[in-house]
Design a protein around this ligand. Structure first.
Ligand SMILES: [Zn+2]
Length: 318
């Protein structure tokens, strides 16, 4: 079950909140006290290439939780929230469509609950990002917030009134897997031409390779475009145009109060200038005012969002 089913009622505020942000390369834990103070934080490498990655990750999270608990008095209550790089089927709890492929097909939440001997909250990492930015980050104060991740892949999340809206199937906000190019690349999700294949770092690099036959990472493509390299300029212009189409379309459908962008590509300043002009061009309104914001919490959004899963987020920072 997704975290929103276990929303903590006001007045039932835990003494401590443990948040785990599980990524493809790192796993991080944070321990927050009742008033939001950070009491413990640690980041380790996510076990990969082990005999059994899944089992190793369960062990790693168990160890991180125990380390965080070492500073919690035994009589105090606590919650555990976990953000994962994948979506869970809302009815069965099985992980599906995980970028971290060894997680797919597992009942990760229930396996972790058995290991930790405690009920936990679990949600998609993009949802955790959106929750954190909506509650204590760049989009604080906005009612309907859509979070976009543009990094090694494209994810998204929707937060309404400080609570994650996970949708009928648990896929609300999966903006990255909307197909915008029927002749595009095959996506890991099985679809073709998803936003994920176009507006991610590897997507930009793939477009460049298709055009030139050469390998160049996204960061260098953007740099060379700024220095008037014609091929890079064409790739980058197309990228910003696709960004405009994708985000403009999103605004036309959802009309959120704010959009916040995270992930490595969120550091590209042109997204907030030319990119926003393109968004305005493609959205179904002549004077789009939706703020398109750069994240505030950076790398920390995932772990804060995980810690705040299921809590009355109005209380999170008080
Ligand atoms: Zn896809």
């Amino acid at each position: 079950m997704n975290g929103d089913k276990l929303k903590i009622k006001p007045g039932n505020k835990p003494e401590y909140r443990i948040g785990i942000d599980l990524g493809g390369t790192k796993a991080e834990v944070i321990l927050l006290a009742k008033e939001g103070q950070e009491c413990f934080r640690k980041r380790v490498a996510t076990p990969v290439n082990t005999k059994n990655n899944y089992k190793s990750v369960l062990e790693t999270i168990h160890t991180l939780v125990n380390q965080a608990l070492s500073v919690v008095p035994p009589t105090d209550d606590y919650t555990i929230g976990v953000g994962i790089p994948g979506t869970m089927d809302k009815n069965t709890g099985m992980v599906q469509h995980a970028n971290t492929t060894w997680l797919a097909g597992h009942y990760f939440k229930s396996d972790l609950e058995k290991k930790l001997e405690k009920e936990i909250l679990m949600d998609n990492d993009a949802n955790c990002f959106t929750l954190a930015e909506a509650v204590g980050g760049a989009a604080t104060g906005y009612k309907i917030v859509f979070g976009i991740i543009m990094g090694t892949g494209c994810g998204g999340g929707l937060c309404i009134d400080g609570t994650i809206h996970s949708g009928n199937h648990g896929i609300a906000g999966e903006w990255g897997h909307f197909s915008i190019d029927p002749k595009g690349e095959k996506c890991f999700c099985g679809n073709v031409g998803c936003i994920d294949t176009v507006l991610s770092g590897p997507g930009m690099a793939r477009s460049y390779k298709k055009k030139t036959g050469k390998d160049l990472p996204a960061e260098q493509i953007v740099n060379k475009a700024r220095n008037n390299d014609q091929e890079c300029m064409q790739i980058f212009d197309r990228f910003l145009d696709d960004f405009g189409k994708s985000v403009g379309g999103l605004i036309s459908i959802l009309d959120p109060d704010a959009i916040v962008i995270g992930g490595g590509l969120s550091n590209i300043p042109e997204l907030y200038t030319t990119g926003i002009r393109k968004v305005k061009k493609y959205a179904y309104h002549q004077n789009v005012r939706t703020p398109v914001l750069k994240n505030f919490l950076g790398d920390s959004a995932g772990v804060f969002g995980a810690a705040w899963l299921g809590c009355d987020t109005g209380q999170a920072l008080k």
